[in-house]
Design a protein around this ligand. Structure first.
Ligand code: NAD
Ligand code: UDP
Length: 322
């Protein structure tokens, strides 16, 4: 049955792919965004759908809409962007959650929160890979705290609205996800390295590059997100690709795929940078029959092709916000 679905952060990397997926499934989509890190080029092609609407709005302000479902993705996700105005980042997570939960409560809509592996902070080695039962190791006063603690209090709000007001919630904990439509100057490692490699610029390794991440291709992630929303499981649920790589391995793979002449350069490791991260996805396998399909080398090829094309067609995009 066709539903009216609100996607906050709908002009962003994941929000635009999600809006497209939902439209293709026959739903009506309202993409809401304040365009802080989102971009119209991500959603311009969706205007061909009669059932697509774009709304410029900031989730820190309340909004009255009539919808059946809400995917709450609005929040800058890359460290340079969420640290640019940290107070605003906390407001976006916390007030955004309150406003969207209030809307869900009023219209009795199911609501999904895009939470993050950052709720685990810098995980202690005995909690590797991370299971949903782990409470995390988070610095409450560091430069990542506006994002990590903002997302943690959003989870608290979701559970309290659920217990207190019977709001129908879902919480997904997303692990590092990459793919086409990431902002070229987003600052996250995959887009940074690809953009640097394509331009034969130095590849910036923070620290020694021995820290690890587990990279999930966007199509896999969104299938997991969609299945969670449609399931009876409220989560929180990890969705990510458990294949773990060091940052140096990632750089080497990208140099190989792009056939780049870039050299590696080493920069200071930002404070509180997690040393290792890998999702335990047993819950997603059991509850959603979900596991990722796209290997890193394959996903990187699609992402390189996107940035290569963008570099040729819209070189100005590479000079936008950093
Ligand atoms: P993104 O920066 O591309 O998308 C975020 C979108 O939210 C942007 O379009 C931005 O303009 C919008 N936005 C920011 N503040 C807003 C506000 N106050 N009001 C309205 N819109 C606002 O990042 P993304 O990777 O697509 O992330 C989407 C969501 O998924 C975020 O909530 C993020 O925390 C979460 N997440 C992403 C990852 C990942 O690896 N991509 C990992 C964990 C969690
Ligand atoms: N990183 C890096 N060079 C870059 C950007 C990031 O070495 O140009 C490192 C960063 O320090 C971190 C990892 O890559 O250890 C992943 O960073 P990202 O910002 O993508 O995500 P997060 O740290 O939030 O997982």
């Amino acid at each position: 049955m066709s539903k009216r679905i609100l996607v906050t952060g709908g002009a962003g990397f994941l929000g635009s792919h999600l809006s497209e997926k939902l439209l293709k499934k026959g739903h009506s989509v309202i993409a809401l965004d304040n365009f802080f890190t989102g971009n119209k080029r991500n959603i311009n092609h969706l205007k061909n759908y009669d059932d697509f609407e774009l709304l410029r709005h900031d989730v820190t302000n309340p909004i009255m809409l009539e919808v059946d479902m809400i995917y709450n993705l609005a929040c800058p996700a890359s460290p340079i962007h969420y640290q640019y105005n940290p107070v605003k980042t906390t407001k976006t997570s916390v007030m955004g959650a309150i406003n969207m939960l209030g809307l869900a409560k009023r219209v009795r809509a199911r609501i999904l929160q895009a939470s993050t592996s950052e709720v685990y902070g810098d995980p202690l080695p005995q909690f590797h890979p991370q299971q949903e039962t782990y409470w995390g190791n988070v610095n409450p006063i560091g430069i990542r705290s506006c994002y990590d603690e903002g997302k943690r209090i959003a989870e608290t709000l979701f559970f309290d609205y659920h217990r207190q007001n019977k709001v129908d919630i879902r919480i997904i904990r997303i692990f590092n996800t990459y793919g086409p439509r990431m902002h070229p100057n987003d600052g996250r490692v995959v887009s940074n390295f690809i953009v640097q490699a394509l331009q034969n610029q130095d590849i910036t390794i923070y620290g020694k590059g021995d820290q690890t991440r587990s990279f999930c291709y966007c199509d896999d992630l969104l299938e997991g997100m969609y299945r969670l929303m449609e399931s009876n499981c409220i989560g929180p649920m990890n969705i990510g690709n458990p294949n773990e790589f060091t940052i140096l391995e990632l750089a080497q793979k990208i140099i190989e795929i792009t056939n780049s002449k870039s050299k590696l350069v080493y920069r200071d490791l930002p404070s509180d940078d997690p040393k290792q991260r890998q999702p335990d996805i047993s819950m997603a396998k059991k509850e959603l029959d979900w596991s990722p399909k796209v290997e890193l080398a394959e996903g990187l090829k699609y992402t390189v092709a996107y940035f290569d094309d963008l570099l040729k067609k819209e070189p100005d995009a590479f000079a936008e916000i950093r």
